[in-house]
Design a protein around this ligand. Structure first.
Ligand SMILES: C[S@@+](CC[C@H](N)C(=O)[O-])C[C@H]1O[C@@H](n2cnc3c(N)ncnc32)[C@H](O)[C@@H]1O
Length: 278
């Protein structure tokens, strides 16, 4: 049980600070969550109130403290091949269709990639597709994986996971094919890791430096944001997609709630969204 408690006005000010910084909407009565997440940081800094914490963070704009608050408050829950169907649709519908286009390069974006399981799952599906369909995809395949949280990005870059992580979604066949065991850790083989490039990115900020993609996975992150920010993000992702490109979202999320640019494709089960061609 956390010992921290907050003045209502401090709690509201912290909620505004968090939403301004990274889009997360705290909601009411989450004192327990905030206390649990910030307990260690506030003790380490000898800061007693949220008001003091915010003023320390404001004092050094763009400082590590702001990053540490965001890192503590973000939810990084993820797993390999999460929900299965987006990866099945990617393998069975999207990659075969993209292969027919004879593209010069294939670019996929895992937005909000957490510790890397989503991006590496995409990479494994691409490797499996390439093995079964030699020469069908372009030689130049790039997966850009981004997150706001520098701690999870560092874990992702290591490409090294423990057995508990692998138990959540990696089949025996994929473990044998794509991982190497070193002591008690499993490291991804370079054929998987070399396709993925991890970068810090706040989804509130511009995506233009990332270039254009054939597929975006933006899963299980918009649920934490306001409707206005969801709409803003989906609208700007449209500009990051080539005509006819695909967007895969979490089970509780749909771009069609925010714009008319997508056609819904039904899988068995699940859905994906394809950007309409002009
Ligand atoms: C619940 S995880 C989802 C991971 C993965 N996409 C999946 O579906 O398994 C949400 C991720 O979104 C990231 N995130 C939260 N706010 C963000 C923002 N404003 N910009 C970029 N990433 C953000 C968090 O750091 C976290 O790693």
């Amino acid at each position: 049980m956390s010992e921290l408690s907050f003045q209502p006005e401090d709690y509201r000010a912290f909620g505004r600070y968090l939403e301004d910084s990274c889009g997360l909407v705290l909601g009411d009565n989450k004192d327990y969550l905030v206390a649990n997440r910030l307990n260690g940081l506030m003790a380490e800094l000898s800061v007693a109130t949220l008001k003091d914490l915010i003023s320390r963070a404001h004092g050094y704009s763009g400082s590590p403290l702001r990053e540490r608050i965001i890192d503590a408050m973000t939810t990084n829950e993820t797993m390999w091949f999460r929900d299965a169907y987006p990866f099945d649709m990617f393998a069975q519908v999207i990659l075969p269709e993209l292969a027919k286009r004879r593209l010069s390069q294939l670019r996929v974006w895992s937005a909000a990639c957490s510790t890397g399981e989503e991006a590496y799952s995409i990479s494994m599906v691409i490797r499996e597709f390439q093995q079964a369909n030699a020469g069908a995809l372009p030689g130049n395949v790039q997966i850009t994986a981004t997150d706001i949280d520098s701690t999870v990005l560092n874990q992702a870059r290591s490409a090294s996971y423990d057995g508990k992580s692998l138990a959540r979604g990696i089949s025996d066949g994929r473990r044998q094919r794509f991982f190497e065991k070193t002591e008690d850790r499993w490291t991804l083989k370079s054929e998987v890791s070399q396709l993925v490039n991890f970068q810090p990115l706040n989804l509130k900020e511009s995506y233009s430096a990332l270039g254009k993609f054939e597929v975006i996975f933006c899963r299980n992150v918009l649920i934490y944001f306001s409707s206005e920010l969801k709409k803003d993000i989906v609208t700007r992702m449209v500009d990051s997609l080539n005509p006819g490109a695909y967007l895969l979202m979490g089970a509780a999320e749909a771009p069609t709630s925010y714009c008319d640019d997508f056609t819904m494709l039904r899988g068995k089960p699940g859905v994906a969204y394809q950007l309409k061609k002009p």
